[in-house]
Every structure is written in structure tokens, then in C-alpha cells.
Write a protein that binds this ligand. Sequence first.
Ligand code: SF4
Length: 412
Amino acid sequence: MGIESTKIIRKASEKPRLLASSRYIEAQMNRRGPFQITQQMGPYCTESCGHCYGSYSPQRTGVPNSDTIRNSLEQAVETNNNLGINFFPRICLSDGEPLHEKNRESMRALAEYSSRIPLAIMTNAGFAKSLREAREWMRFLRDSGLDFSSIEDQCCETISSFHISTGRTYNVPLRNHYYFNKALKQIFPDLNFGEHLDYTILGFEDKFPTTRSSTKLVGLIHSLYGTEDPLRITSNDGQSDLCIEFPTENASIFLYYGKITPDGRAVLIPEISKKYPEKPIQPEELEFSPEESESLTIDYQGNVSFGSSQKCVRPGKIYGNVNEGNLFELVRKINHDEYYQATKLGGVRFLYHLAQEASQEFRLSARDICGVCHSIAESPELVEAIRQGLKTTGVVESYKGYLDQRGIPNIG
Ligand code: SF4
């Protein structure tokens, strides 16, 4: 996608009236679509965190087969080589814990390919029960070829990195974080840690939590990486959530804060169900902020859909399987799909409108915007009815009609 188109979409997030402009519509319709891959590494997980939106745990069975992982990697690398760009710039390992024994062979394959397609390793640090175990995993990744050099093209630069999630619902002791960081420093001593490591605390609070455990974590990171420079409190990418910046000798390390979303097991937590009650949807209240890029999720069985997590792989929007189809072809299929085009143009509130056009009785109760999207995509029949309606009227014409109905003029 050109720089101009990216700018238009970014601007439309800040000035919603631009969502009705022809420039915005053209930029979205021509956007090349999904590219950042998220690979589900569960549903088996070493932890059973109270907030887990996928309700993963040691009681669940299923992890990706290492052949499935190799298929995805091979196809992603081949696409990048054929196109001469980082069409698939990186693979995010999430939705389950990547670093546990059942994922050992998958991690070997991922590390082997990391010089061609970098990894974002989302871990809970549960594997680092002792310094010995933490070192063993770091050594294994190093010896399997985990590569931290950057891959760059005209659009972006990507690198492999560790993203550690923690918080009071994680049940992973602070000492694991100490062992993990110690081992990381010992096995990869030359790393510019700020570029390859960050932390996220997840919690219920509206602001950065000043609990004893979060204060201890701040102290731990500072003692392991910090310099004489004071910590800085900054805004997290313009959002209201704060993050803490630890200046180091090189790039800073960041500790973000994220609010728990009301999904999966999280709704059993009284604070969450109270904060986000299930209520009838008022479409005009649904938020929409257009994306400049897209995630492509591959579930543990190899099923592919657009969306940022395994929860987005719903029956109505599974486009194929990496073990049977070609990843690039699946992306083309998504890009040509009217349902996807409508999603990127107008978001969930446009989908809600389309669902009501497809079925007069359509009404939903949900806790948040993801709940609406998941409910619609749960029904292949409803998604197909929406798709057929879009085929008949045309995606852009439907979108303009929807804007007209809302009294939003096309501003050229
Ligand atoms: S939140 Fe992460 S670490 Fe916790 S159970 Fe879910 S996948 Fe596992």
C-alpha cells in the first residue's frame, strides 16, 4: 500500500468524517490486506489465567503440529521471496504458551526460519521455573537458530522479540521473570535488549496498577537493565493507558499496561462482568477505528482467517487450511471476499447494519465490540447472507448507502 493511502487511513482514525470520503474508500478497497501472521500455540497452556479470553489451560488439549508450522513458514517465506517484499513480515506466537515441551519441535522450526521471518514470542515466563530451565530454553532457541537481526524492505523493518505478559491473574511468580531475564542476558549477551524485549501487565484498573507485584516488577527490570537515568512514564501510543520506559545503555525497555477484555474465562471475574455487562447493542455506539494493516490468524489445526487472535477464526470466516491450500492464495481469497472488504471499510458497526439488512430479526446482546464480531461470524448462514447482499449491491455502494442512512454525506 502506498504511503499516501496509509496516511489517509491514519487520518480517518483521527477525523471520523473522513470515513465518508472517496479517498478513504479507495485507500481501504486497494489495501493489500492481511499480512501479520498470528499463530495459535494452544489451546493447551501451562497456565490457566483467570482472564484468559481463549479459556486455555493445562486441562485443554491441542497444540499446533510442527508439520503445520513448517508448512506455514515455507509458504510465507516463498511468498516474500516471490514478491520481493516482506508481505508476511513476522509471525506472532500467541494464544497458548509457545515455550513448553509440547511445542518444542514447533519452536525449533520457528527458530530455524527466524532469519527469514522474525518471531514475536508472547510468553508468560512459566517455563523459567529455575535459572537452569530458563537457560536451557534460551540455549535451545539460540542453537536452533533464533536470529535477532532485522529484515527490512521499503515498507517496514522487523525483528524477533520477546513479549512477556504478566499481572495478578497470571499466577507466575516474580522469580520466573528474574530467571528468564538472567538467562536471556547470559545466552544472548550482545542483544540490544530494548529492541527485543518488552513487558505487558494486564489488569482491571483504568490506570497503571500500583500494586505490590507491579512495583516489584518495575524494580526487577530496573535492577537488571536500568541506568542512572530516571524511569519515564509515557502515554502508550497515544492511548490513555500509560507505560513505563526504562532507559538502558541502548534502546529503552518498555513496560505497558493493558486492560483485560471481557471475553472467555474473563467474564467469570466479577470485576469484569460488572464493568462490561452484556447488554443489547446500540449500533450507533459501536466504535470504529480503521486499520492500516491486518492480522492473519492460523489456528492450531491450520485453519486461516483474518483477525488478530484465534477467537477470530469463526465458522463463517474460515478461508481454508495451510495444510491444503497456499497461504498467499488464502490471502487473495480473503482480499476478494466482500465480507472482509465490508469489515475493513466500516468495521463492526457496518457489519451490524448489514446483518440487520440480511435478517430483519437480527438483534444482539454483547459485552464489547469483539463479542459482536464473533457472534456474527459464528453463523456461516448469516455471513453468507451478508456476502450475497454485498455482491448484489456492491460493497462500496452498500457502504455509501449506509452512510446516507446515517446522514453522513460523502465529502469527496
Ligand atoms: S492468558 Fe496466556 S498464559 Fe494465561 S492461560 Fe491464556 S494463553 Fe495461557
